[in-house]
Ligand binder design. Structure first.
Ligand code: PFF
Length: 447
């Protein structure tokens, strides 16, 4: 279609890096450990892994194929194929904007922790209670977390207006390998901490007795959140893939990388949680309490802490960029605005919501929606309702409405069908939508 004008990423490695840049982020290092900690550790991990493999991977392939087939943003892609299904694209854009809004808040916390690693003695204190107090004090502060969230929003904005290729590609290329390396080093260190084995058991030994329908929904929602699927971000990114980029190969590598980072994060966090006597069900504060505890036991604690939070900031940034890009590309292409204007509008709207989300954990704590703060409502609505619903509809669309020849062409541009094709198609047409439907129905108490 309008391929000539659209920017493209440099090739296979770049495609993997930018898509992985979107996938790997706070979802892996902040959200995954705290959900696993709250929901039975090993059992959550097993359900999560099953969700990634059974639904996540086929769905990422589906989204990529929509992007490469149409070369459009999420709404444009569905509309180009079937007007009535554009609503799935709209839902995705809404999800992207809402996720970006609360994600900026947590990203701001990581930036604050990075700054404090350099300037204060936060990580030199070995008492976990002091880390809990420090976290609560910061998050509830009337303006500091707001400033950090806004600075993060500004950084994302600047990279977005610099353009797709230069900004996003460069950022992803440098960060990923260093992040992997540091995670491995920290995981080994955590496992060697006194009492660390207890944590390892908690994380790797599944106890299914506490698993409920809600746990399964949380694990599936987390799989989508972590892989950046169910909201069209991967459609938008795939629309920038160079001709001939392997759809399944890229999806497989991104999924493996993302899962590896989540599992490593668990291996870093849980041994340390048990070693320091921290409550695994501490919720969103878990990593922000545990990480400084780990660093405080290391020689050159400030150095390790600075490096780690810097990497976390960068990982968060490549994810906020993808969320922002997905909204900006929609506004730019569908509302026929300049890229600059589209980006500005996205930044203003999500920045405003981010301020509200941040305040909802501090001075606006009393204002709740169904018992949840505004921050928690954004998180719950997106990860546990909008993403699974978007994923369900995307499976139905790709499985039943998307022209099967066009789909096969995206997967096998040279015309030679792979042996996995029938399995993949079966998964997308039947297994994924049925599992998602059952999970929903079960959570709504219908079965
Ligand atoms: N996958 C990102 C993470 O795990 O941090 C978060 C995210 C990015 C979700 C982009 C959705 C998305 F479209």
């Amino acid at each position: 279609m309008n391929e000539e004008k659209r920017a493209t990423f440099g090739g296979r490695i770049s495609a993997v890096l930018v898509a992985a840049g979107s996938a790997v982020g706070l979802g892996n290092i902040w959200r995954f450990p705290y959900l696993a900690g709250e929901n039975g550790g090993g059992a959550f991990l097993v359900i999560y892994l099953a969700a990634v493999l059974l639904i996540g991977l086929p769905l990422m392939i589906s989204e990529f194929s929509l992007g490469t087939a149409t070369r459009h943003n999420a709404v444009g892609a569905f509309r180009a194929l079937n007007k009535r299904w554009a609503v799935v694209g709209y839902m995705g854009i809404l999800s992207s904007a809402l996720i970006l809004s609360f994600y900026l808040v947590v990203a701001g916390w990581t930036a604050e922790y990075m700054v404090h690693s350099v300037t204060s003695d936060l990580v030199r204190n070995t008492d976990p209670a002091s880390h809990v107090a420090a976290f609560e004090q910061f998050v509830g502060h009337p303006w500091k977390p707001v400033i950090y969230a806004l600075l993060f929003s500004l950084a994302t904005h600047l990279i977005i207006v610099l353009g797709v290729q230069k900004g996003i590609e460069r950022a992803s290329k440098v960060m990923m390998p260093v992040l992997l390396l540091v995670l491995v080093v920290l995981a080994v260190n955590s496992m060697l901490m006194p009492g660390g084995m207890e944590g390892l058991k908690f994380f790797l030994n599944p106890d299914f007795s506490k698993v409920t329908a809600e746990t399964i929904l949380l694990a599936v929602g987390q799989a989508f959140f972590s892989l950046s699927i169910g909201l069209g971000t991967m459609i938008t990114y795939a629309s920038y893939f160079k001709q001939g980029t392997s759809v399944q190969g890229t999806a497989l590598q991104v999924t493996l990388l993302d899962t590896f980072v989540a599992v490593m994060a668990g291996l870093v966090i849980f041994p340390a949680v048990f070693s320091a006597g921290i409550e695994p069900g501490s919720g969103p504060s878990l990593v922000f309490i545990t990480l400084p505890s780990i660093f405080s036991t290391l020689p050159m604690s400030g150095f390790w802490s600075t490096i780690f939070f810097l990497l976390l900031v960068l990982a968060a940034l490549t994810s906020t960029i993808s969320l922002h890009e997905s909204v900006t590309a929609y506004v730019e292409e569908e509302w026929k605005m300049s890229r600059q204007k589209a980006a500005r509008l996205t930044t203003l709207l999500t920045g405003l919501l981010a301020v509200m989300a941040s305040l909802s954990l501090g001075i606006w704590k009393e204002y709740t929606i169904c018992g949840l703060t505004f921050f928690d409502s954004l998180d719950y609505l997106t990860a546990n309702i909008l993403l699974p619903l978007g994923a369900f509809l995307t499976c139905l669309f790709v499985g039943w409405k998307f022209d099967r020849t066009l789909f096969a062409q995206q997967l096998y541009p040279n015309g030679i069908m792979g042996r996995e094709y029938p399995i993949l198609r079966f998964m997308i047409r039947y297994i994924c939508p049925i599992i998602l439907f059952v999970i929903f129905a079960d959570n709504l108490g219908l079965i």
